[in-house]
Each structure stands twice: as C-alpha cells, then as structure tokens.
Write a protein that binds this ligand. Structure first.
Ligand SMILES: *[C@@H]1O[C@H](CO)[C@@H](O)[C@H](O)[C@H]1NC(C)=O
Ligand SMILES: *[C@@H]1O[C@H](CO)[C@@H](O)[C@H](O)[C@H]1NC(C)=O
Ligand SMILES: *[C@@H]1O[C@H](CO)[C@@H](O)[C@H](O)[C@H]1NC(C)=O
Ligand SMILES: *[C@@H]1O[C@H](CO)[C@@H](O)[C@H](O)[C@H]1NC(C)=O
Ligand SMILES: *[C@@H]1O[C@H](CO)[C@@H](O)[C@H](O)[C@H]1NC(C)=O
Ligand SMILES: *[C@@H]1O[C@H](CO)[C@@H](O)[C@H](O)[C@H]1NC(C)=O
Ligand SMILES: *[C@@H]1O[C@H](CO)[C@@H](O)[C@H](O)[C@H]1NC(C)=O
Ligand SMILES: *[C@@H]1O[C@H](CO)[C@@H](O)[C@H](O)[C@H]1NC(C)=O
Length: 903
C-alpha cells in the first residue's frame, strides 16, 4: 500500500515530458465534408474540403462547435437523392497495409426539421454499421481496414424513411505494420470497428495526434476506481517496447488503473449487440513490483496467473464470439494488478471479392448498354449492383430487361455462376450464341427481341428449367436438340415465325410448350403449307349437337367410289344421312340413300363449264394455302369466286364429298353462299358467290386507293353481320359448325357493304363429341385461341376468340401481329386488351377518332376484350357478342342521328 500511494498522486503533464518525434502527417487524409476551405486545427492536422473525393450530395453548415475546429459553423454534406448509394472514393497510397478510417456524422438539426436521419455505411465490400443520429449526435465511427486496393469506397445507403445521410468529417490514418493481427487467425478476412479505446488511469480528456503518431483517439478512463497511477519517468528509455506491434504512445502507457487487493478491477463495457469482439489489453511494468493476476472476460478466465514484470511492456489479445455484453476483470494473485490501456473492437467480416473475370465481363456488358448503370467496385458487396443478384460472392442473376444490348456479347459466357439471365426486350438480334458455357443457368429469358436463330448452344444448358423466347423473329423449325434439356419445364415460343411440327422430344408431361402466334407450329405431324402466312386449311369442324338439344346427328358415309374417278358424273356416291333417331338408339344407321347426280342443293359443274366461266382462269382474285381463287361469270350473269385446290391440298374423295354435302346445307345471308362444285380431272373446285367489296382486311390494310372508308358505324355493321354468320354456324345450323379460321381476310363485303363470313367450307374429318373435339391445332397466327392451342380441345369459344381479334382490328385499325414498332405492341391482343379494359381509347384507329359515341365504343371494346380472354370459360358465346354489338351499333346510329359526327 505504501508503495502504491507513492505513485498515485504523481501526476505530470505529459506533453512536457514526452518528446514528440512524429510530426509529419504522412499518409493522413483529413476531409472536411461539405467544407469549402482548408485549415489546420489545434492538433496541427491539415483539413481539406472533400469535393475531390465525391460528386454527390449537398453542402451546408451546422451550428455546432467541433473540438479542434476553428469555426462554430461546421460544414456537413448530406445526400438527398436517397435511392442510389453515394460513395466517397478515397485514395490509399500504400497497398497491403492497414489503415484507420474515422468518420463523424453530425445532424444537429441543420435542416430545421428535427428529424435526425438513420442510414447504413459501408466500407469497401463490407456493410459496417447503421448510424442513427436520433440516438447520438454527433456519431463517430472508427474502423481498421486491411488495404487491398488503391482506392477505398465509403458509401452511404439510405434506409426507407430514414432521412438523408449526412457526414461532417472523414479521416484516413495509416496504422503500424502488423498491428491488430495477433490472436485473429480465426478471422481471416475482417475489419475491426472500434467500440472502446481507453487510456486507463487517465481522466483528463482524450489524447490523439501528435501524442499518438497514428492519430488514434484514446479516450479518458471513466474513473479512478479503485486507484490509478501514473509515473513521471521516461519509460521510453527504460522499457523494452518492441513487443507492442500496435505501438501505443508512451504517454498512454504511463498511466494505469490499479487493483487493490480487496477489490476486483472490472471494466463493464456495454456493446452494440450480439457479435464477435476483439479485446486488446496493454500492460506496462510501471510499478516497482511485478504483480500476477488472472484475466477474466465475462466471468471466464481467459488468462491465468499473468505477470507484469517491471520495465516490461506487453499486450494480451482475446477474441470473443457471439457475445452481447462485455466485462473484463483482473483478479489479483500477487501484488497490485494494473492495466494501462485497452481496446475493444467488433469483428466484421469482409465478404470475399467477386472473381475478376466476372467483374470485367460485367464491365464490358455495362459498356455495351451504352449506359452508366452505376456499376462500381464489387458486384456483390456491400450491396449487389442494380440488375444483379448474388449468392455470396457469386453473380447468379443478371436482369437487363428493357435495356438496349443489340447483340449477345461473348462476355455473357464468362458469367459462369449465372442461374438467371434475363435479356428480354434488349433489342437482341441474330443468333442465340455464346451462352453454352452457362452450365448453372436455370432460367433464360430472351423474349421480346429480334432474334432469328436458335443457334446451337442452347442444348448445352443442362440445368435449364425455363426458356422464354416469345416475341422474337425466330424462323424455321424448332431444333430437336432442345429435347435434351431434361429439366426444362417451360418453353415459350409464342409469337415467332416458326413453323413445322414441334419435335416429339419436347412432347412430354413435365414440359409446358407455348407455341401460339407462329406461322404453323404444333406437335401434329401435318405439313405446313406456308404460302400466305396461313396455316393449312381445312378449317371447318362439325360438332355433334349436344344431347340435350335433341338435334339430329349427321354423318356422311361414303358408298362405292369408282376406282380412279374419271369423271365426277361417273362416280356413284351414296350419301347416307342419318335421320332423326330416337334418343335411346345409340349406333348410327344409314336410312336414306342419295345419288350425287340428283343433288339439288348445289349445282354440279363440269370442268368445261368452269373453264368457260373463268375465261380459262384468267383473273385470279385471291390466293391462299389451299390454292387460287378466280373470278368467274356464270351463263346467267351471276359473278362467282372459283376456288381451285392445289394437288397437295386436295382431300380424299370421301372428305370432299363430305364437305360439299355440308356446304350445300348451309345457307345464311351472312355467310358467303355456296354455288356449286366440280370434281373432275383430279380437280377439286368450289364455286361461291362473288363479293365485289373485297375482304375486311383488304379494306383495313390494303392499298389506299382500293379501300372504302370504314367509319365506326360501318365497322359495327360489319361486326354485327359477321357475328350473325358465326351465330348461325354455332347455333343455327345443324350440325353445329366451328369455323376455325375466323379472321378479317375471311370476312367479305358485298356491293352494299353487307359482310359475310367465308371459307367455312373446307371440311375436315368429323369427330363426335358432346362439348368439344380434340384436334390438331389449326388456325392463323394472331387469331389462334391460346387455350385451344394448349389443350387442343376445340369449342365454339375458339371462334369467339378469333372473332374478338377481328373486333380489335376494327377498333384499332391494325393487324393482329406486326413485327415493327416496339416489341410490346407486336401482338394486338396483348397490346390492346389492357387499354380497352381500362377504357383507354387512345389506341383507337386514328381514322375514326372523334367520330364515335363513347358508350358505343365502350361496349364494343369491352365485348372484344372479353372475347379474347385466355380462359375460354370467361369468354362470352357468340350470341352474347352479337347482342352487345347490336347495342353498340344502335347507340352509334342514334348518336349520328342526333347530330353526331357523320361520315
Ligand atoms: C505542424 O505540422 C507541420 C507539418 O505538417 C510541421 O512543420 C509543424 O512544425 C507542426 N507544428 C507544430 C506546432 O507541431
Ligand atoms: C440539393 O442540391 C440540388 C442542386 O444543387 C438542389 O436542386 C436541391 O434542392 C438540393 N436539395 C436539398 C434537399 O437541399
Ligand atoms: C508501405 O507499407 C509497408 C508495409 O506494409 C512499409 O514497409 C512501407 O514503408 C510503406 N511505404 C510507405 C511509402 O509508407
Ligand atoms: C526486447 O524484447 C525482445 C523480445 O522480448 C528481445 O528480442 C529484445 O532483445 C529486447 N530488447 C532489448 C533492448 O532488451
Ligand atoms: C461479468 O460478466 C459475467 C458473465 O456475463 C457475469 O457473471 C458477472 O457478474 C459480470 N461481472 C460484473 C462485475 O458485472
Ligand atoms: C504464478 O506464476 C509464477 C511464476 O510466473 C509462480 O511463481 C507462481 O507460483 C504462480 N502462482 C500460481 C498461483 O500459480
Ligand atoms: C421494352 O422496353 C421499352 C423501353 O425500352 C418499354 O417501354 C417496353 O414497355 C418494354 N416492353 C416489354 C414487353 O417489356
Ligand atoms: C420474360 O420477360 C418478359 C418481359 O420482360 C416477361 O413478360 C416474361 O414474363 C418473362 N418470362 C418469364 C418466364 O419470366
């Protein structure tokens, strides 16, 4: 005790004693954030404005006196644009050293709003801390950073509703070589965030530069309990300090807190919460004795019987994992244990760097977009870059949707860890290439581009689950090799220019293939005859009427066919119609025989007559996948359209007769009427009434000189007429008929502008069913019912869908599919439906704008968009469509009658 007392009051002014040999500020960087002037503070530290190190944020001043500053107006920089992270880029002269980074944040109500902000701060790749100025203001953070680059980024990340990040100063100080590494072998990649740095036994304020050459700030000890001691002699010359890599200043070691024998010496140090901590204890033998003691952290002996020898200076290092409170206790064994200084740091992990191949590939990709995507530093840490997703330091997703890329750059192939790649709507053209190396890829979205070829690498993507190629310009056939992608469960090929059968290798339960909106694409093996962009007709499918209706069933049964069928007249065909049967009778049974020569429903023409009528097939008025259409005049002066089938599209005699039988039974004012046929000299020829007004599509999109003006009221009239025709096919005729190829080029106009539905006359093998038939998919790209497409179950609702598309054409004045304009407008249905449902009529055809009654348009638009519902059950039936159209029509009529715009 006596001995101890000798030291207790021995207190000297340190600066008078210690020789300050380190006055140069080599490697110091001291930024006055938001400041405009350079100055030297009372510690002889030179401060400069921060403008050279950041190009974001606003500058202002705070009414706050900062110790050491010359003014009471403290400059600060704040960052109002809170969406993007803002960063300082700080040059570090000496790579592979350790630096101390100190930041101070001051709010002090600079904006007069009394709303202290809260935000996160990152250093390099590590997210370090959340600053909450509501708790403490000013708020100081200090970190040790192991330098691995010549630039260090310090970034601010706003939190929602957290206000504007704000900073007042930023300092960088080099630390001594090898410091703060002892005992940290278990934490290979870490940075240290200071919790405490205490100058034990000293209470007269904090000490820093120039006393600490490295400008660490050593805070005063809180109290003297139980005792403190300081000595006056020059310990530098008496002590062996070479063990202390951290190089604490001599002045710090000259004071100590001392333990009396009857009490424990304990530091209770509140910490920020659960974490890993690093504790450094400094001991210097400044007492004339050599005390021994145990060191306990949180009650646990971490060092037993530790001795501080006289004239020795040493330190102890401990790491504590997963603690949320910290107390350090020295328990005496002999003499009076002491502690001279201590430091406590939170250990924060620095995420691993992303591979340089990945980073440079991404930089090239950023360049190819022609945009500054803000991609700087590491792609994954502290936050993954915009458009990028990471797992650890691996870039696993890249979403560049709607940026302009133009071509798939080879560098995409370097992003080996990608699981998701979305290059949809990025103006990609040409071939799909360079992606074969992406063995981890699970989802590839190349939709809404102008890609024309599958390339040869897709089959290599063995882990692919989703491949979206919709709305491109892919041509030709779908490669069989896609079938090798065993994990694939969604393949979207919609709205391309593909044709031919889909490879059977894709025809499996686990895989959903979407193929609508192509020229001709399905699993059916039927060959596609691509002449006019249509899918091969035949188109009509006949449904047996529903049982409950009790209608008669019809079947056409072929009798004897004369071997080579020399002349039609020689063919003896018996058409046996099943007449009304009792409901109890199940099987079909022929009851009526009929010679085709006795046909009276339609005229049978000879080939000679046809040649004469068409003036030897002089004037072709149309051409389709089935063959050509010629203008003709019958001897009685009646104009006719003569359809001559190609060899390829010819039906078997059975089917042809079948079809003719059907055609001759259907008569309706809104259906193009069938005049007769010729089946002779291997010819299959159908004769229809000729409609001089051309088709609806000619009048909407054809040469301007040949078009008639289609006002809204005319369009509605055409729609009503066509709907009547379809209504007859669906509900009025017996058997019920599904047209299967409703489109604007199959709606024809007569001289009085009455519309008639045509081309329902190419019949197909009948399939009996009550509610639907399952068939190979047929139809025309752009009009094809997607549900029919995916289920192959044909119902009247498929015609409703196609007719809905026609209605959209009438409203918008554009074709169902275009490959010009922006990709999202390629498909009329997808483009127009949302507008029309929302009553947004800006997409209405320019030429009828201002001439329609709003309610009339609203009704038509609504029924059109309901007709193209993807779910067939939600579509109206044709009778409902017709009723709505009639309403719309009469509303428009009375609008015109009441003085509305007349066209
Ligand atoms: C302040 O620092 C400069 C070098 O930066 C040095 O020349 C000068 O002597 C120092 N002054 C004091 C009072 O330490
Ligand atoms: C920040 O500065 C910009 C321009 O320098 C100014 O338009 C903006 O209003 C400022 N924001 C605030 C919150 O002061
Ligand atoms: C850079 O740091 C190394 C140790 O990491 C040290 O030996 C060297 O002197 C330093 N150089 C400068 C210019 O500070
Ligand atoms: C100081 O201590 C170290 C290691 O304990 C020793 O190697 C060195 O010789 C000592 N220096 C002096 C001057 O005693
Ligand atoms: C120190 O921490 C331990 C364990 O957390 C606890 O048991 C002990 O009471 C603490 N001592 C003091 C003095 O707070
Ligand atoms: C503590 O260590 C010293 C030598 O360093 C030894 O003499 C003493 O017996 C030890 N005391 C205990 C209690 O282990
Ligand atoms: C495609 O990108 C453009 C902008 O470049 C955007 O307006 C459009 O909505 C995008 N289309 C789709 C289908 O995402
Ligand atoms: C692909 O991208 C397009 C456009 O961004 C989007 O509409 C579509 O849903 C995406 N496909 C998949 C399978 O996610």
């Amino acid at each position: 005790m006596e001995l101890l007392r000798c030291y207790i009051l021995w207190f000297l002014i340190l600066s008078g004693i210690i020789e300050v040999g380190f006055s140069d500020q080599d490697g110091f960087l001291s930024l006055s954030c938001g400041g405009t002037m350079s100055y030297v503070d009372s510690s002889n530290i030179s401060w400069i404005p921060d403008g050279a190190y950041i190009n974001a944020g606003n500058m202002t001043t705070v009414d706050f006196y900062l110790e050491g500053s010359s003014s009471s107006r403290l400059p600060v920089r704040f960052f109002p644009d809170s969406l993007v992270s803002k960063c300082y880029r700080l040059p570090i002269k000496n790579v592979s050293s350790l630096v101390l980074v100190r930041t101070q944040f001051v709010y002090k109500n600079y904006d007069g709003l009394y709303k202290p902000p809260a935000f996160s701060v990152s250093l390099g790749r590590a997210m370090t801390t959340t600053v909450n100025l509501a708790n403490t203001d000013p708020w100081t953070e200090e970190f040790t950073w192991p330098v691995d680059k010549d630039t260090l980024s310090l970034c601010f990340h706003s939190t929602p509703g957290g206000g504007y990040p704000v900073i007042s100063s930023l300092e960088i100080r080099p630390l001594p070589q090898g410091a703060y590494s002892s005992g940290l072998a278990d934490f290979p990649s870490k940075l240290l965030r200071k919790s405490y740095r205490i100058n034990s036994g000293y209470i007269d304020g904090s000490l820093r530069y120039p006393i600490d050459q490295y400008d660490r700030i050593w805070d005063a000890d809180k109290d003297f309990s139980p005792y403190h001691v300081s000595i006056g002699f020059d310990i530098q010359n008496n002590f062996n300090l070479s063990n202390l890599k951290e190089t604490p200043p001599i002045a710090i070691l000259q004071t100590a807190r001392v333990l009396a024998r009857w009490a424990d010496l304990t530091y209770n140090l509140p910490i920020d919460g659960l974490g890993d901590y690093y504790v450094v204890l400094y001991f210097a033998g400044i007492l004339p004795v050599s005390p021994s003691f145990d060191v306990l952290i949180n009650g646990e002996v971490v060092q037993s019987n530790y001795t501080v020898n006289r004239w020795d200076a040493n330190s102890l290092f401990f790491t504590m994992r997963g603690i949320n409170s910290l107390n350090i206790t020295l328990k005496s064994i002999s003499y009076y244990p002491l502690i001279n200084a201590l430091e406590v740091y939170e250990i924060l992990e620095i995420p691993s760097e992303t591979s340089s191949t990945t980073v440079s590939a991404l930089q090239v990709i950023q360049q190819s977009t022609g945009l500054d995507l803000g991609w700087q530093d590491d792609p994954c840490s502290p936050k993954s870059w915009e458009h990028i997703g990471c797992e650890g330091n691996l870039v696993t997703s890249l979403v560049l949707s709607s940026l302009k890329m133009r071509s798939i750059s080879p560098t995409f192939g370097d992003l080996l860890d990608l699981k998701i790649l979305d290059l949809s709507n990025t103006s990609l053209a040409g071939e799909i290439q360079y992606l074969g190396s992406l063995q981890n890829l699970e989802k590839l979205n190349l939709s809404f581009n102008q890609l024309t070829s599958f390339g040869s690498e897709l089959e290599d993507l063995m882990n692919l689950q989703v491949l979206d190629l919709q709305n491109n310009s892919l041509l030709g056939i779908v490669p069989d090799s896609l079938g090798e992608l065993k994990g694939l469960h969604l393949l979207n090929l919609e709205n391309n220019k593909l044709q031919g059968p889909l490879p059977q290798s894709l025809n499996r339960e686990s895989l959903e293939v979407r193929a609508s909106g192509n020229l001709c694409l399905s699993f059916s093996t039927l060959s596609c005859n691509d002449i006019s962009g249509m899918i091969e007709t035949p188109q009509v499918t006949i449904l047996a009427p529903s049982k409950h209706k009790g209608h008669k069933h019809i079947a056409v049964v072929l009798g004897a066919i004369g071997g080579t069928a020399l002349a039609f007249a020689l063919i003896s065909v018996s058409v046996l119609l099943l007449t009304r049967r009792k409901k109890s009778e199940g099987s079909s049974k022929p009851s009526v025989g009929m010679d085709i020569r006795n046909w009276n429903a339609a005229k049978v023409f000879s080939y000679k007559e046809i040649k004469a009528a068409t003036n030897n097939f002089k004037e072709a008025v149309g051409r389709g996948s089935f063959g050509s259409v010629y203008f003709g005049k019958l001897p009685d002066g009646k104009s006719v359209a003569v359809k001559v089938r190609f060899d390829k599209t010819q039906l078997g005699a059975e089917s042809f007769i079948n079809e003719v039988t059907l055609l001759s039974q259907i008569r309706h004012q809104s259906l193009v009427s069938f005049e007769g046929f010729c089946h002779e000299s291997k010819q299959q020829i159908l004769v229809y009434e000729y409609l001089p007004g051309g088709s609806l599509s000619d009048n909407l999109y054809g040469a301007k000189s040949k078009r008639i003006t289609l006002s809204w009221v005319r369009r509605l009239k055409i729609a009503v007429d066509a709907a009547k025709g379809l209504d007859y096919l669906h509900n009025g005729s017996d058997p019920r008929i599904i047209h299967r190829d409703v489109k604007s080029s199959n709606i024809l106009l007569d001289s009085e502008m009455n519309a008639k539905v045509s081309d329902f006359g190419l019949s197909k093998q009948m399939t009996r069913a009550e509610t639907h038939v399952t068939t190979a998919v047929k139809g025309t790209a752009g009009y094809l019912d997607p549900e029919y497409y995916s289920t192959r179950q044909l119902t009247e609702k498929s015609d409703v869908y196609s007719f809905g598309v026609v209605l959209l054409e009438l409203i918008c004045g554009r074709e169902p599919l275009t490959h010009s304009g922006s990709p999202d407008s390629y498909n009329l249905v997808l483009w127009a439906k949302p507008y029309l449902q929302a009553g947004a009529f800006e997409i209405v055809d320019e030429s009828i704008k201002g001439t329609f009654d709003g309610e009339s348009m609203r009704r038509a638009a609504l029924i059109a968009s309901r007709s193209v519902e993807r779910d067939a059950l939600r579509r109206p039936n044709i009778a409902q469509v017709l009723a709505e159209l009639k309403e719309a029509y009469s509303i428009q009529l009375s609008y015109l009658a009441s003085g509305g715009f007349i066209n």
